[in-house]
Design a protein around this ligand. Structure first.
Ligand SMILES: Cc1cc2nc3c(=O)[nH]c(=O)nc-3n(C[C@H](O)[C@H](O)[C@H](O)COP(=O)(O)O)c2cc1C
Length: 197
């Protein structure tokens, strides 16, 4: 049977924290029966993680949803991700991402070091591409309980020390964000199928 929905998880990670979030989000996607496609960007940074394949522009047309993650870089997404979006004019003109669900995630070293502005900076190109942007609702109890990352604007991790693991609240909020985007993609796909019958 064909996979009902593919969710691209596009991220850049230099020292592994954003990658931990990407993996938690991928687990959340899998829990719904959808398939996560972990992809990174072409980076001239030798230290960047090269575990996952570099994203191809065709992945944008082929996916049913997209979740994007970056380390917080002076309160903004990393420049390599911005560069990737600046190379998607063709996809933007064709509207390949229009009406597909989307979300964002980030990791920073400090608690008030700009996670929210970074998350919002990632949502901007997704909105220009016509995506349906999702966050994390306060009906998720961990959003009230967390003393580290996890925001209504997207999933996050506060690193404090390099290589620190996600807290249990950060982990669960990241998984829930993955599930939420995937559930939305599956619902939209089911609606489309009903209409075409
Ligand atoms: C150039 C640069 C800028 C950064 N800017 C910030 C920042 O504005 N706020 C912050 O808290 N951390 C900042 N950091 C730290 C990273 O966001 C943090 O270490 C992050 O968890 C790294 O993610 P990664 O392990 O996925 O690479 C910066 C790091 C670098 C290299």
């Amino acid at each position: 049977m064909a996979t009902p929905a593919t969710i691209v998880i596009l991220y850049y990670s230099r020292s592994g924290s954003t990658q931990q979030l990407a993996d938690a989000i991928a687990n959340g996607v899998r829990k719904t029966g959808a398939e996560p496609l972990l992809r990174t960007i072409d980076s001239d940074d030798d230290a960047a993680s090269s575990r996952d394949l570099v994203i191809a522009n065709t992945d944008l047309a082929d996916c049913d949803g997209l979740i994007m993650g970056s380390p917080t870089r002076f309160g903004h997404m990393a420049s390599g991700l911005q560069k990737f979006w600046e190379q998607t004019s063709r996809e933007w003109l064709r509207g390949v991402l229009v009406d597909k669900p989307a979300a964002a995630f980030t990791s920073s070293s400090s608690m008030h070091g700009g996670q929210e502005s970074t998350l919002l900076s990632m949502l901007v190109p997704l909105l220009h591409h016509g995506m349906l942007v999702l966050g994390i609702p306060y009906t998720e109890p961990e959003l009230q309980q967390t003393t580290a990352g996890g925001t209504p604007y997207g999933a996050s991790h506060v690193e404090h020390a390099a290589g620190s693991r996600l807290s249990k609240h950060e982990l669960s909020l990241a998984e829930e964000l993955g599930s939420r985007v995937a559930r939305t993609a599956l619902r939209l796909a089911a609606q489309k199928e009903t209409k075409s019958l």
